[in-house]
Ligand binder design. Structure first.
Ligand SMILES: C[S@@+](CC[C@H](N)C(=O)[O-])C[C@H]1O[C@@H](n2cnc3c(N)ncnc32)[C@H](O)[C@@H]1O
Length: 414
């Protein structure tokens, strides 16, 4: 049953190019099955796809493989390499599944490929260092090379390993309603993070199913992401702008830091995402957020208002969150070429909207320096009245959290 459903999800994902978590949640909500096994099979198969394909390649012998057989072979290889299930059990159930779905010929093909690939593992010993890292950690070669160039070999190895770890379940205490100590007393499954002051780790199941979440005393937010609003540090009574706000994790954090005093104008490009900001704000009791649809690359979106503090947490390649969004690593690198000019335009608009003496935080959930340090370096060069106050990159292994970049910039009088 679990393998059947996992295969359905993998086939739907492959055919529709949807987001993996959306395909998974959609399927799990309509079936009564053990979530953990289906989730592990689906995420694991996509996460390790590059390695799995490498192992299967010689045994497929250049044949065109239909999508169902392709995803079934990948899932079976994942079970063989990473779940350590007995080979006979994998082969038997995969052959039965292939026969049921695609008939006797498909079953015999799956049988032959699995038996020979399990018996003869690929030889990785003759690969170059970059190729080896790429295959063994399932990161595309361009990404390994890029990280190596930007961070050096040893740090790259640590990043690649962290990208394959199971993410910690992290939440932020909503200080509008409760202190961290009081939350932990109320529900001891939450434990204080040693790194940041409002973060708690959860050792139970889904945080969204807890009473604490329903009461709005916690919200799901990765620890690195929590550092962003802290860096902007808006004061009660300020006029604040969140340019790319949905689903509102940082907007609601800003409201908490401001103790619900002042105003936050929160924009997002997509109408359906405004409801996410409003839902979060009402669950958490954040009352100063004014969420609106708007294209932040267009200065006219914002009228003539000027702000004391601006958060620009805009679109990026997401290369810091590969452990959570396992499919992102296989996105085309050309996405970077499209996103960099958009980020530049957004930064330019943040500059126009910032009061003299005001602050801007530019943040991304990528660790690609071209979207981060280089983007900011160009920005301050173009604007001599802007100065970098603090710049930090959190790598995924620093706090077992998402990789993030954030930079606090101040607009000075010239
Ligand atoms: C990284 S997410 C923001 C996450 C958010 N700050 C949070 O912490 O919950 C980037 C957001 O930017 C929005 N976005 C992308 N292009 C935009 C644009 N031109 N104007 C406004 N929002 C945009 C996306 O819809 C997405 O919700």
């Amino acid at each position: 049953m679990e393998r059947d459903l996992a295969l359905d999800i993998l086939v739907a994902y492959e055919k529709d190019h949807t987001y993996l978590n959306i395909a998974l949640n959609h399927a799990l909500n309509s079936h009564q099955v053990k979530n953990d096994l289906v989730t592990a099979l689906v995420y694991g198969t996509i996460q390790y796809r590059l390695r799995l394909e490498y192992e299967l390649k010689a045994h497929i012998q250049g044949k065109r493989v239909k999508v169902t057989e392709r995803m079934l072979l990948l899932m079976s290889m994942y079970e063989h390499l990473y779940m350590h299930m007995p080979d006979y059990a994998i082969v038997d159930s995969s052959v039965a599944l292939a026969k049921k779905r695609r008939g006797a010929r498909a079953a015999s093909f799956v049988n032959a490929v699995l038996r020979s690939s399990f018996a003869q593992p690929a030889d990785l010993s003759s690969l170059s260092e970059d190729d080896y890292l790429s295959i063994i950690t399932s990161h595309p070669l361009w990404l390994v090379k890029m990280l190596k160039k930007q961070y050096g070999l040893e740090t790259t190895k640590k990043i690649l390993a962290s990208d394959n770890e199971v993410p910690i379940k992290c939440a932020r205490v909503n200080t509008l309603k409760i202190s961290r100590e009081a939350l932990i007393q109320k529900d001891p499954r939450f434990k204080a993070s040693p790194y940041t002051k409002d973060a708690v780790y959860y050792e139970g199941g889904n945080i969204a199913h807890t009473q604490a979440f329903k009461e709005g005393i916690v919200t799901i937010q990765d620890e690195s992401s929590q550092c962003v609003a802290q860096l902007l540090s808006p004061q009660p009574g300020m006029q604040v702008l969140d340019m790319c706000a949905a689903p509102g994790s940082k907007t609601t954090h800003l409201a908490a830091l401001m103790d619900n005093q002042g105003t936050i104008d929160a924009f997002d490009l997509y109408k359906h995402k405004i409801a996410l900001i409003n839902d979060n704000a009402s669950r958490l009791g954040a009352t100063i957020i004014n969420a609106q649809v708007g294209d932040a690359t267009n200065l006219e979106t914002f009228g003539k208002k000027q702000y004391d503090a601006i958060l620009l947490d805009g679109p990026c390649t997401g290369l810091g969150v590969l452990a959570r969004k396992v499919e992102i690593r296989y996105h085309e690198p050309s996405a970077m070429d499209e996103i960099i000019p958009i980020q530049k335009k957004l930064l330019e608009n943040a500059y126009q909207l910032c009061k003299m003496g005001g602050n801007i935080v530019y943040s991304t959930c990528t660790i690609n320096k071209k979207e981060n340090e280089k983007q900011v370096a160009t920005f301050v060069k173009d604007h001599p009245d802007m100065r970098v106050v603090e710049e930090k990159t959190i790598l995924p292994f620093d706090m077992h959290s998402d990789g993030f970049y954030m930079c606090l910039l101040k607009k000075d009088e010239l």
